[in-house]
Write a protein that binds this ligand. Structure first.
Ligand SMILES: [Zn+2]
Length: 291
């Protein structure tokens, strides 16, 4: 009889561990600052502009995301101010700032507002709100002195460096799940031990989710989690990797890591993602896990 009970207990334990693959990291000692659901969506009408001829600036791309988020009570929209030149100079050279400016006022102003969107999202996170900027141009390919890959200013780097400079945080964790490596972000923080940059890459969807979970489970001591949220690794996007529900899993893993590290302080900014038929659904799926 005792042997039978043990067998049943073992089977139940096995069933549980199999049922929750990929398992979520355990809850840490830090409770989230707030139990309420909801995401502050940082958005400016200038993000709708078609400021250049690249896929990130495609007409309808941001509208495709808004269609999924607008009118949902969980999402509260707020408008950012442009980033100041002082904020840009925390990350970029004067030459780089002037080179973007020389490409015309429409692009320059939109790029300033995009960086400003990341700054506002980070400030919302510090105030205990979960936040995401639905902004463009994207930023993670922008280095201190040059940019490429449809990026001009490194939005997430400007936001994180500003928090560091203002002594609001001591350490930051940046997680990037765009299809492409954020060379700009990696370059900017290459010699800054206060910031860890982690990019998800290589492997099929299950391998990538497991890698993310394994990485996040050993993180500790960060004061904020900043997420470069690119959706071009989607099954129906360029990378053909992640199913829609995988983005909810990614969002949930990131949320748990933020709760464990930094009382839930987290924000995301938009990077890539180009198939307008699925982009909005992927963003919504991510936020369902992240909020
Ligand atoms: Zn990309």
């Amino acid at each position: 009889m005792k042997g039978l009970l043990w067998t049943i207990a073992l089977l139940l334990a096995l069933g549980q561990s199999l049922a929750c693959m990929p398992a979520l990291p355990p809850e840490g000692p830090n409770p989230p600052t707030s139990q309420k659901k909801g995401v502050i969506v940082v958005f400016h009408p200038a993000y709708l502009r078609v400021y250049s001829e690249d896929p990130a600036a495609d007409p309808g791309r941001i509208e495709a995301i808004l269609k999924e988020l607008q009118g949902v009570p969980d999402f509260i929209f707020t408008e950012p101010l442009p980033a100041t030149e002082e904020d840009l100079r925390r990350v970029h050279t004067q030459r780089q700032i002037e080179s973007v400016e020389s490409r015309g006022s429409e692009l320059y102003e939109t790029a300033l507002l995009s960086a400003g969107g990341a700054v506002l999202a980070s400030e919302m996170a510090m105030a205990g709100e979960v936040s995401m900027a639905i902004n463009r141009p994207p930023g993670h390919h922008a280095s201190p002195d040059y940019s490429g890959g449809h990026c001009y200013f490194n939005n997430i780097a400007v936001a994180v460096r500003k928090l560091l400079d203002e002594n609001k945080i001591q350490r930051a964790l940046i997680v990037d799940f765009d299809l492409h490596f954020g060379d700009g972000t990696a370059n900017i923080f290459a010699y800054d031990p206060r910031v860890t940059y982690f990019h998800l890459e290589d492997g099929d969807r299950i391998q990538q989710l497991q890698k993310l979970e394994a990485f996040l489970s050993q993180t500790e001591g960060y004061d904020i989690l900043a997420v470069s949220a690119g959706f071009d690794a989607g099954k129906e996007d360029w990378g053909r990797i992640f199913e829609i529900q995988d983005y909810t899993t990614i969002g949930t893993l990131l949320k748990k890591a933020a709760e464990r590290n930094c009382r839930g302080k987290r924000f995301a900014v938009l990077e890539g993602g180009y198939n307008q038929n699925v982009l909005g659904k992927n963003v919504k799926a991510f936020l369902d896990g992240f909020e």
